[in-house]
Design a protein. Structure first.
Length: 151
């Protein structure tokens, strides 16, 4: 089986279809490393400074949670041509803490074949990033392109 045999095309998708990722364990060092490069705020980079912050302790950047979510989505939703977003709505209802194990649950909400580009369609997918206790850390509704099989 080639890699393309595992890919999903527009024709393979249906409203209500669900996907679930594997786990990703997150520790303080990952949080600090990501934050040092991309969100260098004290509550993401320094455990002592974080104690006096809004969070009260070290917390992952929301963008770190989003990056982990993206990684888990690429592994669990194998769309042919990749996950190509056109629009997104994201929330972070809870902080992501060191020691959390994240996973993503996703569901296809709508599928609209393109009228102007017959080789593709638009798919709306809603995803929740959860921790090991089932707490929702992030929600993501993404409108993305899905390609049809080439006959």
């Amino acid at each position: 089986m080639t890699k393309d045999d595992k890919c999903l095309y527009l024709e393979d998708l249906q409203v209500g279809q669900r996907f679930e990722s594997g786990p990703h364990a997150l520790d303080a060092e990952q949080i600090k490393r990501f934050a040092a490069d991309f969100d260098p705020q004290p509550f993401h980079t320094d455990e002592e400074a974080a104690k006096g912050s809004f969070f009260g302790s070290l917390a992952a950047s929301g963008w770190h949670t989003a990056a982990i979510t993206m990684r888990l989505l690429t592994e669990s939703v194998p769309l042919a041509g990749g996950l190509i977003g056109a629009k997104t709505e994201m929330t972070w209802p809870r902080p992501t803490w060191p020691g959390s194990t994240l996973h993503v649950e996703s569901e296809i909400e709508s599928i609209t074949p393109s009228r102007s580009k017959p080789d593709r369609g638009i798919v709306v997918m809603f995803s929740k990033t959860l921790d090991q206790d089932g707490e929702v850390l992030q929600t993501l509704r993404v409108t993305m392109i899905a390609f049809k099989r080439i006959p």
